[in-house]
Design a protein around this ligand. Structure first.
Ligand code: NDP
Ligand code: ZN
Length: 352
């Protein structure tokens, strides 16, 4: 089969590989739609997970089941399915402990284009199919389903980590597709004001649609100063970080109220330490929590998040700014993600 792969750090290309083998608990999927992620860019061009040779990229997609293992109960050949980017081993101790995304080791629930070939292939393999697949409802298109692999669950996990409550004033740092879903999630959770940090006009427009009320450019001076000005010196109740680098934690702590939480889902690619300003952290006693997490995967979560689209409470279509038709365009879509033109939120490739 054909796949679009990371050949080595900094290099991509089309390769031929054997079709993956299906274990007794697994499924083999033929993709219907695929989408590249900022994480694929980190993987290839920043060496984020170290060297990989001829590893097929991609972890966002949906498809049709073409093979199932003998233990798989709830899925059969021909089923249209959604797949999460994170595919834990659900019988692991970590999953039993409530942290499926770390099954098998820290962050090891992330398998696609990390420990095994990803989804940018004619066929891809899903472990623990009953736990990691969900039936794709007829009312959700394959391109929308791609946003349920990672963008929706990750942005919403930021909201969970920040523990957004009714009436909270929330700051979302970074409004790419992940941050936009954090804005949407905070809005669904009942946030009052939602302050959004970003500069791309297309993202600002989308953020307005998802419920953001105030806009801040990180290019116009320190984020904390702008937030304090907008909130009459009070600061915000909760913060979600979905962009920038290690330097975002300092302004975040400075404009977070005592008792507030930071939920980070951003990948921190550089720097040795995260600096926490001592005084604004209440000299160690400010009850300002920092929670960083990889999103959980799983069928139940996929079904629940999909149900928000089904009933019309969440619309992911505004994320899909660039659409391609045909598997061969996976390469163009990834390059677009790498170059991030100002009018891009998310590219998607429709295969059928
Ligand atoms: P984008 O690059 O599309 O968006 C990044 C956002 O951060 C943009 O709004 C950008 O603003 C803003 N930004 C850039 N620099 C700064 C800065 N210095 N201070 C504040 N904001 C800044 O990324 P994605 O939305 O695709 O992904 C966001 C992050 O989430 C990535 O790091 C990605 O790897 C990670 N991720 C994590 C996952 C998880 O499971 N934890 C899963 C998937 C992704 P501008 O408008 O100027 O571009
Ligand atoms: Zn992703």
């Amino acid at each position: 089969m054909k796949g679009f792969a990371m050949l080595e750090i900094g290099k991509t290309g089309w390769i031929e590989k054997e079709k993956p083998e299906c274990g007794v608990n697994d499924a083999i999927i033929k993709p219907l739609a695929l989408s590249p992620c900022t994480s694929d860019v980190h993987t290839v061009w920043e060496g984020a997970i170290g060297e990989r040779h001829n590893m097929i990229l991609g972890h966002e997609g949906c498809g049709v089941v073409v093979e199932v293992g003998s233990n798989v109960k709830d899925f059969k050949v021909g089923d249209r399915v959604m797949v999460a980017a994170i595919t834990p081993d659900w019988n692991s101790l970590e999953a039993q402990g409530g942290y499926p995304m770390h099954s098998g080791g820290m962050l090891a629930g992330w398998k696609f284009s990390n420990f095994k070939d990803g989804v940018f292939a004619e066929y891809f393999h899903v472990n623990d199919a009953d736990g990691n697949l969900a039936h794709l409802p007829d009312t959700i298109s394959p391109e929308e389903a791609c946003m349920l692999s990672d963008m929706v669950p990750t942005g919403f996990h930021g909201v969970e980590l920040a523990d957004v409550q009714f009436g909270d004033t929330v700051l979302v740092i970074g409004i790419g597709p992940v941050g936009l879903m954090a804005v949407a999630g905070a809005n669904l959770r009942g946030a009052s004001r939602i302050l959004a940090v970003g500069t791309r006009p297309v993202c600002i427009e989308a953020a307005k649609g998802y419920g953001a009320t105030d806009f801040i450019s990180y290019k116009d001076g320190p984020i904390d100063e702008q937030v304090l000005k907008l909130t009459n010196g009070k600061g915000v109740d909760k913060i979600i970080i979905a962009g920038g680098g290690v330097e975002t934690f300092e302004p975040a702590i400075k404009c977070l109220k005592p008792g507030g939480n930071i939920g980070n889902v951003n990948y921190l690619g550089e720097g040795v330490y995260v600096n926490i300003p001592r005084e604004e952290w209440g000299v160690g006693m400010g009850h300002k929590q920092i929670n960083g997490g990889l999103m959980p995967g799983g069928r139940l979560r996929l079904q629940k998040l999909a149900s928000l689209i089904e009933v019309g409470k969440l619309d992911v279509k505004p994320l899909l700014t660039h659409k391609f038709k045909g598997f061969e365009h996976v390469e163009d879509a990834l390059m677009l993600m790498k170059d991030k033109p100002r009018d891009l939120i998310k590219p998607v490739v429709i295969l059928e």
